[in-house]
Design a protein around this ligand. Structure first.
Ligand code: ATR
Length: 275
């Protein structure tokens, strides 16, 4: 009987611009792991069935992206504590057709990118996160674990920031406010976790948030600088970065969970920049 190749994929909607097949193909070549990784467009009402079909076709693991991370968390039979806390799953391990394990590697992806690739120290820094949606929910726990001087969540809809701060209050102190309540205090690190960049928009932010050493990071990744990155550059941020490194780092952590070996991310981040 012909040997069957382990299959992996990213499920999302939309999905056509996903870089995950490129990244995981680089990882599989680099580590000598034989696998197939594809990007699959899943209809909004078909997520659970699509996972089941994939499992029956030698699917061993999935990355989950917008808008299915919460549905994946509900579908997983067991979850890691970090996925449980986030209420969102971006990595499914398919052990059997009735045994899915859910994890969330977004948080570790962000903190590894900030601390290893961009060489930032998070401890004792004043950190602002803009946005309070699913993407932000996944990164709060590891940011708090790095012991910042303060962590503030600012969101267009203030109540969602307040709710998020309450949900993580047992792990540390989190400030919460509306965008219009951001005062004159500057921050050391400003992270844009809104989806505004996806539609070419910029959350309305006062320029007083930036001081000469501020590092501005957009969790989104686009081939050109996002509106948030341009805003940060215009107002004198010391450094500005997009979420390319986070994307590769979260993928590497998913790969490690599936295959038991961690790929080297630096050459893949570089290759992705040249696409
Ligand atoms: P995701 O899973 O990508 O986080 P989401 O849960 O829909 O997606 O959350 C999107 C986030 O981006 C929210 O914080 C949203 O603000 P609201 O809670 O007020 O909706 C924020 N957002 C999206 N577009 C924005 C814009 N143009 N300006 C400011 N915030 C924006």
């Amino acid at each position: 009987m012909a040997e069957s190749i382990d299959r992996y994929a990213v499920f999302g909607n939309p999905i056509e611009h996903s870089k995950s097949p490129f990244i995981h193909t680089c990882f599989s070549e680099q580590t000598g792991q034989r696998l197939i990784y594809t990007a699959e467009l899943v209809e909004l009402d078909d997520f659970e069935n699509a996972v089941a079909r994939f499992a029956e076709n030698n699917g061993k693991g999935l990355n989950i992206t917008i808008p299915f991370k919460q549905a994946a968390w509900q579908l997983a039979h067991q979850c890691s504590t970090r996925a449980q806390r986030a209420g969102a799953v971006n990595t499914l391990v398919i052990n059997d057709k009735d045994d899915y394990f859910g994890d969330n590697t977004d948080g570790i992806g962000l903190t590894r990118d900030l601390t290893i690739n961009h060489k930032l120290q998070l401890k004792n820094k004043h950190i602002l996160i803009v946005g309070a949606g699913g993407a932000v929910r996944g990164v709060i726990e590891p940011l708090l674990a790095s012991e910042p001087a303060s962590l503030t969540i600012a969101n267009r809809t203030k109540q969602k920031a307040v709710q998020l701060a309450q949900d993580f209050a047992d792990l540390g102190t989190i400030g919460a406010c509306g965008l219009d309540e951001l005062g004159d205090n500057p921050y050391d690190i400003i992270i844009n976790g809104t989806s505004a960049s996806l539609s070419g928009d910029l959350p309305p932010l006062p320029e007083s948030l930036i001081h000469a050493n501020t590092f501005c990071y957009d969790m989104m990744y686009a081939t050109e600088a996002t509106p948030f990155m341009r805003w940060a550059q215009q107002h004198g941020a010391a450094n500005v970065a997009d979420g390319k490194g986070m994307l590769v780092e979260q993928a590497a952590e998913s790969f490690r969970i599936w295959r038991g070996c961690r790929p080297d991310t630096a050459p893949v981040i570089e290759a992705l920049s040249k696409l």
